[in-house]
Write a protein that binds this ligand. Sequence first.
Ligand SMILES: O=C[C@H](O)COP(=O)(O)O
Length: 222
Amino acid sequence: MSSQFILVNLKAYKEGMGPRAHMIARAAEEVSEESGIQIGVAPSFFDLHPLSKHFEIPVFAQHLDGVVPGAFTGHVTAAAVRQTGAVGTLINHSERRLTLAEIEASVRAATEAGLVTVICSNNDMTSAAAAALSPTYVAIEPPELIGSGVSVAKADPGIIQRSVAAVHAVNPKVKVLTGAGIQSGECVKIARDLGTDGVLLASSVVKVEDPAIVLRDLVSLL
Ligand SMILES: O=C[C@H](O)COP(=O)(O)O
């Protein structure tokens, strides 16, 4: 069985909320069972518990704050994310950037809560810095390609290769995902052949009428 991981970020897309989040999670679970490839979803905070309750696939938060439970307002603690049944979290997504100190605090809090951590980075230098914090994964995503329909695997394979090398030079135990414009089995295969452990993607699955068709294509060459 391939150890590749496909993580679908539902972002704040209206096509990824409520009933649509359930439909996407159901498609992810079906395709995961058929293919043996692990497929997870990162819905809005409000859909974490509904999805973790109904589905076996890994459910991730899109962000968490590195604060301990207490007098904080509008913060999302690692303990609260854990209680929803989520098993992991994105940290420092391009659309939810944090300071270096905040990233470190978020990774520490999430790790202490037993969550899988995915730090997002924008280039190979920040990938190396992220690896120094010992997350489970670093996800390299060139911001200019996010949501563009142009795949990082085809447009900029060099950034994937350099990031894998940079991450592993700092900490060989840290796994690497890549994202931005990922849309087909060919993209996933190119990323895997460049040394990544999977992909992080959104629009190509979330914004289509039938996500299962795209998900089946994504796993087709693994
Ligand atoms: O979290 C996912 C990434 O930002 C990629 O988004 P995208 O697949 O729509 O380019």
